[in-house]
Design a protein around this ligand. Structure first.
Ligand SMILES: Nc1nc2c(c(=O)[nH]1)N[C@H]1C(S)=C(S)[C@@H](COP(=O)(O)O)O[C@H]1N2
Ligand SMILES: [Mo]
Length: 337
């Protein structure tokens, strides 16, 4: 089976990304599968023009022959005309992979890619631990094969006031948590980035409490939008984007989407993130995108879309209100920022 659909889902992905595609690992591992995949893509994405031979050729070129490791190539799988569900075009692969926040390497967004390029990402294991009936340590390869790698086109809104539209590949965190079986005491999920100061020069900075930590309430973590990303633009993640495994929580400011994760722990108390520890008056636990709740030092009412001129209004929950507003019913969003 070359193209897989999830068998169970609360929110049909069609509501999130009308031009979504589902790719199994195999579909972008072999050239033959990629061609079949391109045909299937055309079938399920009527608004996307795949009639041009160039896109199929690009897909073929990007996937190469079996037996090599084509997914590690930085050549993106570009599908002309692809947009998010609001009709916004994708941010270019060039921008997505060259304008990054990853303080473990450098605070300069333009310099992350070069500084991270030799970061060792194999072998890689992720521990799922804490208040679970079924703890485990997973090799990244096993996560890629165990769960369908589906494409999700999400907006990413950085707390600094810029944004992108990124075609991620990955699987819902809910699938991994279901396998771990959280106990009744588990209320939050705590995520930890690898601690590797020899290869991550930024981790020698005393200004932050390393390793990078983030957290979600369990119901936020179980929401269908919450993704464990293993790739983007049809390819495996590059180090600068948080290879080989990072979180993507599209209705929250980008800093919640923690990169290069080695530990996922179910806990009973609200975890303190790196940013809460650094400046709790500026960065709260929830960090939901909200144009009406300003950062103490700047407005959050608008944002600059990378690759675009001008600014656009920021949307409540980054435009995902329909899917996530119920998580915060009755909550004071200004107090719980
Ligand atoms: N471990 C770690 N994760 C991180 C960061 C970081 O510095 N370290 N930066 C965050 C911020 S502020 C943003 S906006 C996004 C950026 O993701 P991108 O570079 O893939 O676009 O990653 C987030 N995850
Ligand atoms: Mo950010």
């Amino acid at each position: 089976m070359l193209i897989k659909k999830r068998s169970h889902t609360d929110i049909p992905s069609s509501e999130i990304t009308p031009e979504h595609i589902y790719l199994s690992r195999r579909a972008f591992m072999t050239g033959a599968a990629a061609v079949a995949g391109a045909a299937a893509l055309a079938a399920c994405a009527p608004k996307t023009d795949l009639s041009g031979a160039s896109s199929v050729a690009q897909l073929q070129e990007a996937t190469a022959e079996p037996g090599t490791t084509p997914v590690a190539s930085p050549t993106p799988v570009v599908i002309p005309g692809q947009t998010d569900e609001l009709g916004d075009p994708l941010t270019s692969f060039e921008d997505v992979t060259n304008y990054n926040n990853f303080y473990e390497f450098t605070t300069s967004k333009e310099a992350v890619a070069a500084k991270a390029q030799d970061f060792p990402i194999a072998p890689w294991h992720v521990a799922v631990t804490g208040l679970v009936r079924n703890p485990g340590s997973y090799a990244i390869e096993s996560l890629r094969t165990k769960y369908d790698q589906e494409e999700r086109i999400y907006r990413l809104r950085c707390v600094e006031g810029w944004s992108m539209v990124i075609p991620w590949l990955g699987f819902p965190l809910a699938a991994l948590l279901a396998e771990a079986e959280p106990t009744a005491d588990a209320q939050y999920v705590r995520f930890e980035t690898i601690h590797d100061p020899a290869n991550m020069p930024g981790q020698n900075s005393p200004f932050f409490r390393w390793p990078y930590v983030e957290g979600l309430r369990l119901d936020e973590a179980m929401n269908d939008l919450t993704l464990m990303a293993t790739g983007l633009y049809g390819k495996e993640l590059l180090p600068q984007n948080g290879a080989p495994l990072r979180l993507v929580v599209p209705w929250k400011y980008g800093f919640k989407s923690i990169k290069s994760i080695v530990k996922i722990e179910l806990v009973s108390e609200m975890p303190e993130s790196l940013w809460m520890a650094a400046a709790s008056n500026e960065y709260g636990f929830y960090a939901n995108v909200n144009p009406e709740v300003d950062h103490p030092r700047w407005s959050q009412a608008s944002e600059r879309r990378i690759g675009d001129g001008g600014r656009r209004p920021t949307l409540l929950f980054n435009g995902y209100e329909e899917q996530v507003a119920a998580l915060y019913a009755g909550m004071d969003l200004a107090a719980n920022f």
